[in-house]
Design a binder for this molecule. Sequence first.
Ligand SMILES: O=C(O)C1=C[C@@H](OP(=O)(O)O)[C@@H](O)[C@H](O)C1
Ligand SMILES: C=C(OP(=O)(O)O)C(=O)O
Length: 456
Amino acid sequence: MNTAETIAEQVFGPPDAQPDRVFIGAPHHDAHRPADLTPHPDKAISQRATILAALADGTSRIRGLADCHDTRNNLRALTRLGVAVRPEGPATVTITGRDVAAFAERDVDLDAGNSATSSRLLLALLAGGRGRYTVTGNASLRGRPMGEVIRPLRQLGAHLTELEAADRLPVRIDGVRLHGGEVAVQAHSAQPVSALLYAAVSAAGPVIIRRRTAARDHTERLLRWTGVQVEESETRLRVLPARPRAFDLAIPGDPSAAAFLAALHLAAAPGRELALHEVCLNPRRTGFFAAVAAMGAKVDLEPRGADGPEPVGTVRVSRTGRLNSTVISGPQLIQSAIDELPLLAALAATADGPVVIADAAELRGKDTDRIATTIDLLTAFGVRARANADGLKVTPTPPQGPPVLELPADHRVVFAAFVLALLAGGGTELRGVAAAATSNPAALGELARFARIEAR
Ligand SMILES: O=C(O)C1=C[C@@H](OP(=O)(O)O)[C@@H](O)[C@H](O)C1
Ligand SMILES: C=C(OP(=O)(O)O)C(=O)O
């Protein structure tokens, strides 16, 4: 029997035992570093596809799901809602959808763990259900803003009650059929828009969502691909409620995980090329590659076709000289590199002049205040960095690692720490690296392809 407690283990096996403390030693010689890699599967698409399948008309199959804490929690949540999730080989599931009105009608408490994406999508999906649900998360997630999802959902008729503080989890949902209408999202973020799209499919009439920035559009693509009409312009989406068709989807490689590998490569190997295969090339996710190209790296994106609604292909990266000074700004570029900004700040340490990241105030509302934690990280490596109101400025300084460094509980900052440790030539014990498993438990093994590492 698939209970919520065991479903993730049935799909992925037990979580790999991850060391939390690791000593980063000397980088490997050029010839011993990889020339080809395939990054971990995409977390954002894994989460969206499993939630979409839970709603779809029929049984969907999703292959190659991202095995990480966030998707494990997502599968648990769906199982608790009475959705039939069945393991079908490694990281592959079938999910039999049901009308949202037929989701568990008894009280169900859902814990999204660390994932704002899961919590926001589930809030919106269940707002249009018929049961009574509570959505919560870990301490970090309970501190993150939910108002951009709660406010427009209320405008569509949702009955939501914040149980502790305004605009924060935990939130109780008393499901009701949502009416159609027009709502606006003020943040540049993709998540409220995606969340509202899940609410729209079961609403009583068309839903129009006004937005500020065309950020990642995985949900829009998945909905259209499964037969739901979504009209889109730069600032507006219009959805006609309809039940999505069941689907068969292979999850493409995560551009964020590809960016991590590319950052390790750029930190380590002048001249040589690294090819990253089967990467999602959605242009709203590839801002890291645009930014390092603007800094003088050689980057080629080679599409090979599509996995379902997403373009997929190979990314080739190399560099011949130092990276250039640059300004990384503008809502569109920032959104398409939002999770890679700490990696870019780490690479900036060896640029030939200052690197400024602007228009990125939303970094303050991530797993940690990523402007503050990225600056603390750079400072710990002796790199000059200071915060601006909406970003940061890095003044290149050769990184020098401290003997021991305690990292914040934030996977994106852990990945940036790996890059800095490599740039520093090793010699640092990093503590708190297990947080990598939020999105990519393979990251430590990937780092070991570039430098000697020892669990402590
Ligand atoms: O929609 C998503 O799947 C995500 C959107 C981004 O958040 P914002 O939309 O809040 O910028 C990103 O930081 C997060 O990792 C995943
Ligand atoms: C912030 C992230 O995800 P979420 O917002 O889903 O917690 C992330 O993966 O960096």
